[in-house]
Design a protein around this ligand. Structure first.
Ligand SMILES: [Zn+2]
Length: 118
């Protein structure tokens, strides 16, 4: 039985309603879904691996290239002030990295985390 990421990778049941942005040798780049942040993408490993230390050098090299190019495109397209990378692989069998742009126009109340919250 295929996991839900494998189903999406094979086209059986897509995660995102949009087309895959890039289909590499080891990774695909897809739209994060659902989200209200324009430019939020996710880079998904095609094979099952859940930790960064499981990656082989060729997978890391392709990931580095994809991240570098994606960050530039996101910045130029969405005029992001910053871009954040996150790898949270607690529920999926496919390691995946999120690239989340921080818009320049982000409202002040969403930019500041008050120290009283800690
Ligand atoms: Zn799978």
């Amino acid at each position: 039985m295929l996991c839900k990421v494998c189903e999406s990778l094979t086209g059986k049941k897509l995660f995102s309603p949009g087309p895959v942005i890039y289909n590499g040798k080891y990774w695909i780049v897809d739209h994060a879904y659902p989200t209200t942040i324009s430019g939020w993408i996710v880079i998904v490993l095609k094979r099952h691996a859940e930790a960064l230390h499981e990656l082989i050098p060729d997978e890391i090299n392709e990931l580095n290239l994809i991240q570098t190019i994606s960050i530039k495109i996101i910045h130029e397209t969405f005029r992001s002030k910053k871009e954040y990378l996150g790898c949270f692989s607690e529920t999926e069998r496919h390691l995946h990295i999120h690239i989340i742009p921080k818009p320049k126009s982000l409202a002040y109340e969403y930019r500041v985390i008050e120290s009283s919250h800690f």
